[in-house]
Design a protein around this ligand. Sequence first.
Ligand SMILES: Nc1ncnc2c1ncn2[C@@H]1O[C@H](COP(=O)(O)OP(=O)(O)OP(=O)(O)O)[C@@H](O)[C@H]1O
Length: 279
Amino acid sequence: MFQAAPSAQSPAIELINVSRRFLTPDGKSMTALRNFNMTVERGEFVAVVGPTGCGKSTTLNLVTGLAAPSAGEVRVMGGPVNGINEGIGFVFQTDALFPWRSVIDNVAAGPLFRGKSRKEAYESAHQWLTRVNLAGHETKYPHQLSGGMRKRVSLAQTFINGPQILLMDEPFSALDVQTRVLMHDELLRLWSQSKASVVFVTHDLEEAIALADKVYVLTAGPATVKSVYPIDIPRPRVASEIRYEQKFIDISRTIWDDLRDEVLRGASREEARVAETTS
Ligand SMILES: Nc1ncnc2c1ncn2[C@@H]1O[C@H](COP(=O)(O)OP(=O)(O)OP(=O)(O)O)[C@@H](O)[C@H]1O
């Protein structure tokens, strides 16, 4: 699974002075991340916010090994990143559900792929579907479910594999606001029962604060870490309620003051780019 960890105390994820450059279609070099440093301790929940297109998803790709750093070092569980890592789970904005498979077949797919017997895989899938309140929906197909239900299938599909690291890229952004808040509580409940270290990328600052132990604010591209805010709100948290607490409102205001400048900078760059391509 993972490379042998030199120390059980090593952080789950470390990005050390990482830069990542891409070649654009016209052959120019484009820097997405520059001198980027991030540490995710074991069992920690880190949220990453920043302007559109600044490089948030690129940080996740570096952790999975889908992208290699152009400079610097990426370490996962104390070792270098080499190829696909079975200890990493993902939840993205779009579901990774097989539309032609029933709900339970979707959830059992991971354990079956990892060599579990059919009996074990389906028993475990049933338990996970019960945990995400989908008992009774096992034989339905994804198109028969609401967006929130599909997302709960995705969470069961991910948590069933006992990920040590969970990478989430705007997983709830396609949901309506009420469903999204319910999913926050669902995620916090599942995560608190796991030992997973989480990196959660989002545009939604309130979502980041409600969920995370630490919020990283990135600069408009090339992304560097502008600030890191520890979120000193006790757990267990009820995401649907804490956003009305004064402490939450104060933290939101402080981080937004910081993030706003980057969002404005990112937006004016995007406007300039659009003007250039349409002139
Ligand atoms: N494979 C690639 N080839 C070329 N450029 C890329 C590639 N992947 C990302 N980029 C560029 O790197 C920059 C950062 O992209 P990335 O997707 O990491 O940003 P993001 O912050 O996740 O974006 P968003 O907020 O829109 O989700 C963007 O300008 C993007 O166009």
